[in-house]
Design a binder for this molecule. Structure first.
Ligand code: NAP
Ligand code: ZN
Ligand code: ZN
Length: 348
């Protein structure tokens, strides 16, 4: 077994504290990654707090992982020792179902194996990226472009692909009008991608102080989410709206902003069910959809897109001694726009 030093919540809602554990010895197709940086996703906080479902504890969160390969199994082809490598929200899936065969492994018909708070094929808990290393099959490991800042690349592995994937699926581009609701980790990546794809982008935010940032990050317009009149001015005009809000909020106002046949994509996962008025949907054949992180192929495509367009996350690097403080600030909406843990430095 491989010794791993990480940071875990020992039980639901508990603070994150140092935790030593073991990872499997690399199988023939596995790579061992010495983790350098790991982003803090709002999903980490939801899962530590059991907002969605009972968690597996101790829980080592973290699914925005970048580092360097430190060891390879005997059959590994894609990586050699020293290569940059990344891991996102999943570490395996059944590989046989229709979704897996199509490269949509996050939607695996029997359930993907998530990077943490899941169970591997032997029933052992999976532990995430708030740790000095991880062992992952190369098929679920991403190549990280060398021209991008490594710490700012980490959030692409979840916040990046979760916003890139629906923009591609619903064909955002030069002639579309895209709305982004919430300017946080996911929101700011959605904004950057929609802008880079050539769309006209409108950022909706509850935070007046983020307006200048939204414009700098690529928004063509910024609308305060509590300004009913400003919202109404965009009625029936959007092709796609990505809703990235992490807390309970009214989604009906955004349904009204969709054109005929257009879609509101729910990415944020609040702990409570949303309430929905049906009329605005049926009056214009509008849709509401959910979307998860993309599969491995699309995640690699997204990383290559970022390499070409020089897109990374806006980050604040935090030492591992300040994880609990970062969680509090994330819940207080005080982050611009993603916390990234400096894992490599924790070991020194
Ligand atoms: P985040 O950085 O905290 O951003 C959430 C944003 O939502 C905030 O910046 C804020 O934007 C807005 N917001 C917060 N509380 C609000 C409230 N009460 N009412 C209205 N707006 C509010 O979180 P994140 O990491 O981007 O994650 C966002 C959500 O997506 C979380 O629920 C997370 O679990 C989920 N998620 C889903 C997937 C997926 O596969 N679909 C993947 C990753 C994350 P403004 O200040 O601009 O209003
Ligand atoms: Zn995430
Ligand atoms: Zn599958």
């Amino acid at each position: 077994m491989i010794a791993s030093k990480g940071f875990a919540a020992k039980q639901a809602k508990a603070p994150i504290e140092p935790f030593s554990f073991e990872r499997r010895d690399p199988l023939p197709n596995d790579v061992v990654i010495a983790i350098e940086f790991c982003g803090i996703c709002h999903s980490d906080v939801h899962q530590v707090n059991e907002d969605w479902f009972p968690g597996i504890f101790p829980m080592v969160p973290g699914h925005e992982i970048v580092g360097r390969v430190s060891r390879v199994g005997s059959a590994v082809k894609k990586f050699k020792v020293g290569d940059l490598a990344g891991v996102g929200v999943m570490v395996d899936s059944c590989r046989k179902c229709e979704s897996c065969k199509l490269g949509q492994e996050t939607y695996c018909d029997i359930g993907a194996i998530f990077t943490y708070n899941g169970r591997d094929k032997n029933g052992e808990p999976t532990y995430g990226g708030y740790a000095n290393n991880i062992v992952v099959d190369e098929a679920y490991t991403l190549k990280i472009p060398a021209n991008l800042d490594l710490a700012a690349t980490a959030p692409l592995l979840c916040a990046g692909i979760t916003t890139y994937s629906p923009l591609r699926h619903w064909k955002a581009g030069k002639h579309s009008k895209v709305g982004i609701v919430g300017l946080g980790g996911l929101g700011h990546m959605g904004l950057k991608f929609a802008h880079a794809m050539g769309a006209h982008v409108v950022q909706f935010t509850t935070s007046a102080k983020k307006k200048e940032d939204a414009l700098r990050l690529g928004a063509d317009e910024v609308v305060m989410s509590n300004d009913a009149k400003a919202i109404q001015a965009h009625a029936s005009s959007f092709d796609v709206i990505l809703d990235t809000v992490s807390a309970d909020h009214d989604i009906n106002a955004y349904v009204n902003l969709l054109k005929r046949d257009a879609v509101l994509v729910l990415l944020g996962a609040p702990d409570r069910p949303a309430s929905l008025s049906v009329f605005p949907l049926l009056m214009k054949r509008r849709s509401i959809a959910g979307s998860g992180a993309g599969g491995i192929r699309e995640t690699q495509e997204m990383l290559d897109f970022c390499s070409q367009h020089n897109v990374v996350s806006d980050i604040e690097i935090v030492p591992t001694t300040k994880i609990n403080e970062a969680y509090k600030r994330l819940l207080a909406n005080d982050v611009k726009y993603r916390f990234v843990l400096d894992i490599a430095r924790a070991g020194q």
